[in-house]
Design a binder for this molecule. Structure first.
Ligand code: F3S
Length: 428
């Protein structure tokens, strides 16, 4: 078959089978994927590590595991180590007998086998399961300008926007293929043109916008386009401190899930906006103004899909994407203050905070870990979405401060302050 894409002699040789049939098929898939998006060439993946989106051993995905076996047997394993999204199960997270049965027997029934395939393919280590792989405690933080082969939408938008790396919103398996052959098709967010903003967002709020709602509003408006956001320096300053990065993590994940944003620029803050200023705004960019009323409108329009809208919450998830160490500390302090105010010793709603295994280890070395434990909150490394995506969990009244979790599940969204209020007051 003739391809329009210009390949280097090395890439052509892989396509022609010089490194075996499995590698040739991987290259062929990437070339076809690139051609579908009008890519003219392949460029090397330059990041030290990859990241995979598929972390769950879902029994029904048999063809995927067969494919991975073929890759392993054919010697087509990743050229770079990789991290992977969070694990789906943790015995510490409250679940009924029936839920447990469904999780283990029907849903994630081949988790151990899949974990061992990941190991053979190039998994970094047993702690590398988190969507916030770019955190220091996980160790997969790309450098500015690095070209990546990732797919996890919250990680892609963070890497592009906050770290200045370059990555398309690839799909699962395609991202593994890029790490296997060491190159990705050149299009979209890898190109200068594709990184230009086609939207100007003017934030004119009277207080710091809730990251999750701002991201949601922008995502729903611009969809997969690139926004250039003005008016945030008053609230975030001009430096990427730990607190600002945590805010941008949550903001970006909401924009990537409520819409399909893969890159945003924030004036005087994110690397490309700082370096290139308004020259990264495309001609004829559209304008979207966000004020207090607009954020209120967006929040009030979130559907509540609980069967009984007045049900008392049965479970609360905080940490989608996974919490940073600073966020864990802040939540612990706020919980203590909230509980003191209401005269309670423990949270009134079973609550799970989720974070990367490495962040959990670090937090557990500090005295705050015991304080958090005493509030009754469970600290886990799972992905709440994987807990929620089954009929039994779907019918539970679950609350969250994550707009991503709200979007993909029946969980009901509340702001961080509202969540704190709910879980630290006497249950009805
Ligand atoms: Fe991370 Fe799972 Fe949320 S992968 S962003 S915790 S849906």
């Amino acid at each position: 078959m003739d391809y329009k894409m210009q390949l280097t002699p090395e890439q052509q040789a892989i396509l022609d089978g010089a490194n075996g049939e499995a590698m040739a098929k991987v290259m062929k898939t990437l070339v076809m994927y690139g051609e579908a998006f009008g890519a003219t060439k392949m460029v090397p993946v330059t990041s030290e590590m990859g990241h995979l989106v598929t972390s769950f051993g879902l029994g029904v995905m048999k063809p995927v595991y067969e494919l991975l076996d073929k890759l392993i047997d054919g010697g087509a394993i990743s050229q770079q180590k990789f991290s992977v999204d969070p694990k789906p199960l943790d015995p510490k997270v409250p679940s009924s007998f029936l839920q447990n049965f469904v999780f283990k027997k029907f849903m994630y029934s081949v988790q151990n086998e899949y974990d061992s395939q990941l190991k053979k393919l190039g998994l970094l280590d047993k702690n590398a399961y988190s969507c916030t792989c770019y955190m220091d405690e996980v160790g997969n933080k790309p450098k500015k300008g690095d070209i990546l082969s990732w797919a996890e939408s919250s990680a892609v938008v963070y890497a592009n926007s906050v770290l200045g790396a370059k990555c398309n919103r690839n799909s699962g398996i395609i991202e593994l293929f890029g790490s296997i052959v060491g190159c990705v098709p050149y299009f979209g967010l890898l190109t200068d043109e594709g990184r230009k903003a086609t939207w100007i967002i003017e934030v004119k709020t009277t207080k710091k916008p809730e990251a999750q709602i701002l991201g949601s509003a922008i995502g729903m408006k611009v969809m997969e386009d690139v926004p250039y956001i003005k008016g945030m320096n008053e609230w975030l300053g001009t430096e990427l401190t730990d607190d600002v990065c945590a805010y941008l993590k949550d903001f970006g994940a909401a924009s990537a899930s409520n819409g399909a944003v893969g890159l945003y620029h924030i004036a005087n803050l994110t690397p490309e906006a700082k370096e290139l200023g308004e020259s990264i705004i495309a001609e004829n960019a559209q304008v979207y103004v966000i004020d207090d009323a607009e954020l209120e409108r967006v929040k009030n329009n979130y559907p509540v899909i609980w069967k009984n809208k007045d049900a008392a919450p049965k479970l609360c998830f905080v940490g989608c994407p996974h919490l940073s160490l600073a966020q864990l500390n802040e939540w612990t302090d706020n919980l203590v203050t909230g509980l003191k105010k209401s005269g309670l010793k423990k949270v009134s709603v079973p609550t799970v905070f989720t974070c990367a295994p490495g962040v959990k280890d670090e937090f557990e070395k500090t005295p705050k870990a015991k304080i958090l434990e005493e509030t009754g909150v469970i600290l886990s490394y799972i992905c709440p979405l994987m807990y929620m995506n089954n009929p039994l969990s779907k019918s539970m009244p679950v609350i969250t401060n994550s707009n991503k979790l709200r979007t993909y599940t029946t969980a009901r969204y509340y702001t961080g302050d509202e969540i704190l209020e709910i879980i630290t007051k006497e249950a009805k």
